[in-house]
Design a binder for this molecule. Structure first.
Ligand code: AHR
Length: 679
């Protein structure tokens, strides 16, 4: 049966089957032993990797609408402009007697004649998007000199200057105070601006001028974008790694991520520049900063909200080895190790402990139940292992309950990776080893079996960052997504040793990105998942509890010419290469709660493939099964804001009689079959 005929049946009923001998002439047989459960599937197998790259945090997931709210950008008035309604005055950025030492700059309005108002406007992150009828929460720290006898007015204006809503702030004194107000928007605008006006002559100082949609995720103040969090919920991630990525390392040591700067009152969080400002040639973003409004407390809270185990990664005394290569001397590592110990206390400690008390003060009396901690991002070489050993000893001595994530470097099958594994095999202790692969689609097809022979007595594997990079343009194509799906059948099959996996990076903002491909694209109002997003969601949402033996009985596919295996810059070693590729990539398991057999079948080839699926060890299958199919018309297809669901899963009911079925798997497709045994 051809694909055309299959879809001609209105996409509803696939192929009918008969038990035992089957009449369709198919080249491929997938044979599943349903009564021979193998190892348990790691419950943390599929997770997400968050990094503030591509404006993933400020301007992305973090719902703050004001950019440069604390005037801490190097270009300290970036995104701000003077507004004068027939008034006269000046604006300046000052540092004398600031709000606090972590927030040294503030804005001064010197108003000579106020007219109908003199002040400033903020243009957000490429405009402030507002919706008619919705509330926006304004907050500002302000003080004024004794001459100022007026008030502040905060106004939302659309692109034409039409006011959409306002609130008034009164009671300014010579001391810094926090003021709040609500603006209800009477209109919808994509490029609104927030105007803050003084209504009298005198001197007014402003800092941390902030505007959040009331309808943030769970309507939290200092909240996250609800639509983007929902996209994470839909991925059903078992864990979330944060805050990166290279951002953990920093370009240099002063630029590294320090979690203690990211908790407490947002006005006291010490901002930092974002190393992705200039890390990628041709994709510079000089105004990319980290307010840390989305900080470690919010990361833990997000993990809890989306049901993901938290996996924080900490700097291990090394800055980026591609950039400054700075190192903390071994005899000065103590504060770094202490940061790690304090983090465990912040996440899990009682209210009576110093760091546990800070968590409680932020509104979370219960522990966050952190069980995983990463030491360094993708570091490599002896310098890493010298530092890792110090962390490992201190952390295990105090917290043997915490599983440590150790890195094998930025790539696999190269000299750095080999050094790491030589160490693990010769006594360097490791619980979970983080491996990264940003490779062409073909690499993913060739490496679906790479863990079949992995030493089961060694450390567990964390496929911690991966994405298929399709051509030099790194297109988020269907071809890339299906190659990842093929690879992931191998992760599930080996999930006794592959404990965790995550695609990277997670978010990218249109017109503000540095790295592609990414899982979720957004602008100020919209978001969509790439084909890879749907692959991740399908694996995660259908993760079985145990693996069932599955044999692909068909002539294998010959290998195409070898691809260059090293992308890390380290000396490439002979790459892992199988003798051939399978006719279809498939893995089966059992979902115990649903009492269903789940089979993932990826066809990464250019031709549709007909196959029979034979279930052994069951006497009967329920007459209706479910098939979820992810494909599209062309391997080059991509999702976009205009066509966000071009590549999206489509569900079919499959009529079954007996214990086998025949089905055609479209070119470049992932199919998830859910079959119910009836005993
Ligand atoms: O995911 C993008 C970057 O890739 C990460 O920051 C880093 O860990 C890796 O090199």
């Amino acid at each position: 049966m051809t694909l055309k005929k299959l879809t001609g049946l209105a996409g509803l009923v696939a192929l009918i089957l008969t038990p035992g001998a089957f009449a369709v002439d198919t080249a491929v047989r997938l044979i599943v032993d349903a009564d021979k459960p193998g190892h348990a599937v790691s419950p943390t197998l599929h997770g997400i990797f968050f990094e503030d790259i591509n404006y993933g945090a400020d301007g992305g997931l973090y719902a703050e609408l004001v950019q440069n709210r604390s005037f801490e950008h190097k270009e300290s008035l970036y995104s701000w402009a003077t507004v004068s309604l027939d008034g006269d005055g000046s604006i300046s950025v000052e540092t004398a007697d600031p709000l606090n030492a972590s927030n040294p700059h503030y804005l001064r309005l010197t108003v000579r004649t106020p007219g109908k108002g003199f002040g400033v406007a903020n243009y957000g992150f490429g405009g402030i998007a507002v919706k008619q009828g919705e509330n926006y929460l304004f907050a500002v720290r302000a003080r004024a000199d004794a001459a100022f006898k007026g008030k502040l007015v905060a106004v939302l204006e659309d692109e034409t200057g039409r006011p959409l809503g306002e609130c008034k702030i009164e009671g300014l004194s010579g001391q810094w105070q926090k003021f709040e107000g609500t603006l209800k928007s009477s209109g919808t605008a994509l490029h609104a601006r927030l105007v803050v006006l003084a209504t009298a002559a005198g001197r007014v100082d402003l800092d941390v001028a902030s505007l959040f949609p009331e309808n943030s995720w769970k309507q939290r103040r200092n909240g996250l974008r609800a639509d983007l969090v929902q996209m994470l919920v839909d991925l059903k991630p078992a864990f979330m790694r944060f805050p990166g990525g290279c951002i953990v390392e920093g370009n240099d040591l002063p630029n590294r991520y320090e979690w203690k700067d990211t908790i407490g009152d947002i006005a006291e969080r010490k901002q930092n520049w974002n190393r992705w400002q200039d890390a990628m040639r041709g994709q510079t973003a000089p105004q990319y900063y980290q307010t840390y409004g989305l900080g470690f407390f919010e990361f833990f809270q997000l993990c809890e909200d989306i049901g993901a185990a938290p996996l924080p990664i900490l700097n291990c005394g090394m800055a980026c080895q591609y950039q400054s290569k700075q190192l903390v001397p071994l005899d000065q590592l103590d504060p770094f190790v202490q940061d790690a110990l304090d983090l465990i206390e912040f996440a899990n400690g009682p209210a009576t402990s110093p760091w546990g008390a800070k968590r409680v003060a932020m509104g979370h009396p219960a522990p966050f139940n952190m069980k995983l901690l990463g030491v360094g991002n993708e570091q490599w070489g002896e310098q890493y292992f010298e530092r890792y050993k110090i962390f490992q000893a201190a952390l295990k001595a105090k917290h043997p309950e915490i599983q440590l994530v150790t890195t094998a470097g930025p790539g696999v099958d190269d000299a750095s990776w080999k050094l790491a594994w030589d160490k693990f095999r010769s006594g360097t202790p490791a619980d979970i080893v983080d491996e990264h692969y940003y490779r062409p689609p073909q690499w993913f097809l060739e490496n679906a079996t790479r863990y079949d022979a992995q030493d089961r007595a060694g450390p567990k594997i964390f496929a911690g960052e991966f994405a298929a990079h399709d051509t030099s343009l790194r297109k988020p194509s269907l071809r890339a997504a299906i190659s990842e799906a093929a690879f992931m059948t191998g992760l599930v099959r080996n999930s006794d040793v592959v404990a965790m996996s995550s695609y990277a990076p997670l978010f990218a903002k249109a017109d503000a990105w540095q790295w592609a491909p990414d899982l979720i694209w957004c602008d100020n109002t919209r978001a969509y998942g790439t084909g890879s997003y749907h692959v991740q969601a399908l694996f995660s949402r259908n993760r079985p509890d145990v693996v069932l033996p599955l044999v692909v009985d068909a002539p294998p596919v010959p290998l195409s010419p070898a691809i260059n295996a090293s992308t890390s810059g380290a000396k490439a070693l002979p790459a892992y290469r199988p003798a051939s590729l399978p006719a279809l990539y498939a893995v089966a398991g059992r979902d115990n709660r649903a009492n269903e057999i789940v089979i993932f079948i990826a066809n990464p080839y250019a031709e549709a493939k007909a196959a029979t699926i034979e279930l052994r060890g069951v006497t009967q299958l329920a007459s209706a099964a479910k098939a979820i199919v992810l494909t599209s018309a062309s391997p080059d297809d991509e999702n976009s804001f205009e066509a966000p669901m071009k590549i999206a899963p489509r569900e079919e009911t499959v009529a079954i009689s007996g214990t086998s079925l025949a089905r055609t798997f479209p070119a470049y497709s992932l199919t998830v079959l859910r079959l119910k045994p009836v005993n």
